[in-house]
Ligand binder design. Structure first.
Ligand code: SF4
Ligand code: FE
Length: 514
């Protein structure tokens, strides 16, 4: 069947919107519609949203935009134009799979991952959630291999068996790392309440029973599976907390509590204009494991404290790379919205406006540069998949904790005060004051007032509304807060080697190359 559709083409690193015809191809992977149906097919879950138990998350107005967003990772993989970015050849089976399920096999794969994330960020303008599973699978694959080599365990084969099912079912998997952590001055074993870190409460011949919770879980309700990892490097007394496992997201023991987002109830209003990003959004939830049973074949770490640091660093490293793609993709949308509102305001020819948009672009491409750089400098692990350069991935994420805020500041500067004072869409539609709203909110007459209204709401949502959760606060804290990257940068900075360079150059040390 031939269809016509607006698509995004990559041109010299810039993604351009174009209208193309394409043939719908049959693929083994899930379509977006099949993905959404697979969420409907899950067993009933205990999902709490604003104090209420929700039995149909798929059609809930607060949740649905985040499902549409994750579904985009399936939709784009259906389209031949994106085949190179969105799909890959499985290193386990040779099958064509969605890249979100892929073990990176080269530095090119690592770069394609970042480009794919930029593309999906362009198409959604929000957090599409599926990357945490991809990052967890790559970290878990190499860590279980090295764990087995050192400890004589058999986690790697079990993880490979699990991964085969992951690829076959084209799962979205929630890579779950962050524990509540309680009193930060005390470690896991020293908390007043042991449930502040996920821990093993029982071991028997069939498996383990775990209790605790994971916080801030991106895409939790939109995932088929949850892949749990320890939250930090564990000490000998924390052995019960050094646990990694996979569990079906509809396991009856699990409780979900949905996170609030700024302006979220606008999604429940009759009109969607005030939401800004009308169809897409991110999602975070708390996942509670209330005595969850995990069979041994789904346990991938159980007390190996010496490998907790490796797993945490690798997962965080991959996810810090990810931000050099997704946040750049979102940044493209915000730059576009800013340039458009300048047009609508009749201000786009002002030299300072042009210069500010150049500055936004420069900052956004700086983020992309480090996402690509840490990928290009990646290396093969002992298990065979590729790992990013850790220093450059941490530099990437450290930049992401800062530059989107400056990009957002400039967007608000150019948008003007209406971004926070504009009446509601209900007023625009009011029989009494609607005409006044339309008349007073007019800009350049080439554009309708509604176009201006919509674009201002998009800028509002990305810089302070529900999308700012993903574009700003998640840029700060996702994949580790800024200080976590600074610790890694300090550890990897190799100051002694740099001091030796300086000593030789200034003559403190002899120069044996002369
Ligand atoms: Fe993916 Fe970015 Fe969302 Fe993380 S924040 S899940 S990398 S889109
Ligand atoms: Fe994230």
């Amino acid at each position: 069947m031939v269809k016509e559709k607006a698509v995004v083409l990559q041109n010299n690193g810039i993604f351009l919107i174009s209208v193309m015809s394409y043939e719908r191809r049959e693929m083994l992977m899930k379509t977006a519609a099949e993905y959404i149906q697979s969420l409907r097919d899950m067993k009933p879950r205990k999902i709490y949203v604003m104090g209420e138990l929700v039995d149909n998350p798929v059609d809930h107005p607060l949740i649905r935009p985040s499902i549409n967003c994750c579904a985009m990772t399936y939709k784009l993989a259906e389209l031949p134009e994106y085949e190179d970015l969105m799909t890959a050849t499985s290193s386990l089976t040779g099958n064509k799979i969605n890249r979100f399920c892929h073990l990176h096999q080269s530095t090119e794969d690592l770069m394609n991952k970042v480009k794919m994330q930029r593309l999906v960020g362009n198409m959604t303008g929000a957090c599409f959630q599926r990357c945490v599973g991809m990052d967890a699978l790559n970290a878990m694959f190499s860590t279980t291999f090295e764990m087995d080599q050192k400890s004589g365990t058999n986690y790697h084969q079990k993880f490979k068996d699990y991964l085969l099912k992951w690829e076959e079912n084209d799962w979205t998997v929630d890579g779950a790392m962050t524990d509540p952590k309680g009193n930060r001055a005390a470690g896991p074993a020293n908390q007043v309440d042991p449930d502040l870190f996920v821990h093993i409460v029982e071991k028997n011949e069939d498996g383990i029973v775990v209790k605790g919770a994971k916080m801030h879980q991106t895409g939790a309700l939109n995932s088929h599976e949850i892949l749990v990892m320890p939250t930090q490097t564990m000490r000998p007394e924390d052995a019960d907390y050094a646990v990694a496992f996979a569990v079906a997201a509809d396991d009856p023991s699990i409780i979900y509590i949905y996170g609030r987002q700024s302006c979220d109830t606008r999604k429940m209003e009759a009109t969607n204009i005030d939401v800004g990003n009308v169809n897409y959004g991110g999602q975070e939830a708390i996942i509670i494991f209330d005595n969850t049973f995990i069979p041994w074949e789904r346990v991938f770490m159980c007390g190996e404290i010496e490998f907790t640091g490796m797993l945490v660093e690798r997962f965080a490293g991959y996810h810090r790379q990810s931000y050099g793609g997704c946040k750049v993709g979102n940044g493209d949308v915000l730059i576009g919205a800013t340039a458009a509102i300048a047009d609508y305001n009749g201000a786009s020819k002002a030299s300072h406006v042009k210069d500010k948009i150049i500055e936004m672009t420069h900052l956004n491409e700086t983020l992309y540069s480090s996402g690509i750089a840490c990928s290009a400098e990646g290396r093969k692990t002992a298990a065979g998949n590729y790992l990013i350069d850790m220093m450059l991935a941490n530099v990437c994420k450290q930049n992401v904790t800062r530059l989107p805020y400056e990009i957002a500041r400039i967007a608000q500067d150019i948008a003007g005060g209406l971004v926070v004072t504009m009446p509601s869409d209900a007023d625009f539609k009011s029989s009494e004051v609607g005409e006044w709203c339309t008349k007073l909110m007019a800009g350049d007459p080439k554009y309708s007032t509604e176009e201006r209204q919509r674009m201002l709401r998009l800028i509002e949502s990305m810089t302070m509304g529900s999308i700012a959760v993903g574009y700003l606060t998640e840029s700060m804290h996702g994949a580790g807060s800024p200080q976590a990257q600074r610790i890694m940068i300090s550890r990897l900075g190799n100051l002694e080697a740099k001091k030796a360079m300086a000593r030789r150059i200034c003559g403190v040390d002899p120069d044996d190359l002369l």
